[in-house]
Design a protein around this ligand. Structure first.
Ligand code: ADP
Ligand code: MG
Length: 242
């Protein structure tokens, strides 16, 4: 039984179908990238996994159980969620932002401190930054703090929606390296939404290509690149410069 299983899920908004009958099982303890054009349903699908979006039809199973929409809080502790806009609290220091969830869980100070130091070391944020406020950080540093915060409770499932989108190319490469290092040291089931196929290939073992709310192809990164299921996929992964 996989940690994340979606069966026949659909979601429509007034005028649009965002997700149109998707069956998808994510492979445990690896990174799967969801790629596709803007509007193809990536974010909607991701938000179905943590219950932020409830499908019109179909079912979502997490850790072997159907999602309980009346009681999402316990589940959310087991699902890290990081978005492009980092969502850091501006009035809280880096330390308070990172340890937020652990404080809600009543962790003792030593344990909290140890975990924070470990995470900051992993993403190469200098310890002294713990006392800074978000406005005192660069975009890349904020994003690292956002990653630390989402990892604090060591969730077995981690959802990322274009988490590196706002970074300049050099910072982005650095953060990619840190991402790979984190994933190597604490492997977990990651679902990474990106419209950047280079990023998908660099970070993910598995790729799901979405097109207009449907799965166009699901395979290993290598399969998607070498054996595209359609001209659409081939075109998307045609990465040589024009
Ligand atoms: P992506 O993340 O791939 O860009 P989304 O999942 O955000 O795609 O959106 C898929 C489709 O659903 C788009 O056409 C979008 O306009 C529509 N959509 C998404 N969220 C909403 C919403 N809250 N209200 C209305 N339409 C929405
Ligand atoms: Mg999106």
């Amino acid at each position: 039984m996989a940690q994340i299983e979606l069966t026949g899920v659909s979601k429509s908004y007034e005028t649009e179908t965002a997700v149109a009958g998707i069956d998808l099982t994510f492979k445990d303890r690896v990174t799967t990238a969801l790629v596709g054009a803007s509007g193809s349903g990536k974010s909607t699908l991701l938000q179905m996994v943590n219950g932020l979006v409830r499908p019109d039809t179909g079912s979502v199973r997490l850790f072997g159980r159907p999602l309980d929409y009346e009681n999402l809080a316990p589940l959310r502790r087991r699902i890290g969620y990081a978005v492009q806009e980092t969502g850091l609290f501006p009035h809280l220091t880096v330390e308070k932002n990172i340890t937020l969830l652990a404080r809600l869980e009543n962790w003792d100070n030593d344990r909290m401190r140890d975990r924070m130091v470990e995470l900051m070391r992993l993403v190469e944020l200098p310890k002294e930054y713990a006392l800074r406020y978000p406005y005192e950080l660069s975009g890349g540093q904020k994003q690292r703090v956002g990653l630390c915060r989402a990892m604090m409770l060591n969730p077995p499932v981690f959802l990322l929606d274009e988490p590196f989108g706002a970074l300049d190319p050099i910072t982005r490469r650095e953060v990619h390296r840190e991402f790979l290092r984190l994933q190597a040291s604490e492997p977990r089931t990651m679902v990474l939404v990106t419209h950047d196929v280079i990023e998908a290939i660099a970070l993910a073992e598995e790729i799901v290509v979405l097109r207009e709310g449907r799965v166009e192809q699901h395979g290993t990164s290598e399969q998607v690149v070498r054996e595209p299921a359609s001209d659409f996929v081939a075109e998307l992964f045609r990465t040589e410069s024009p």
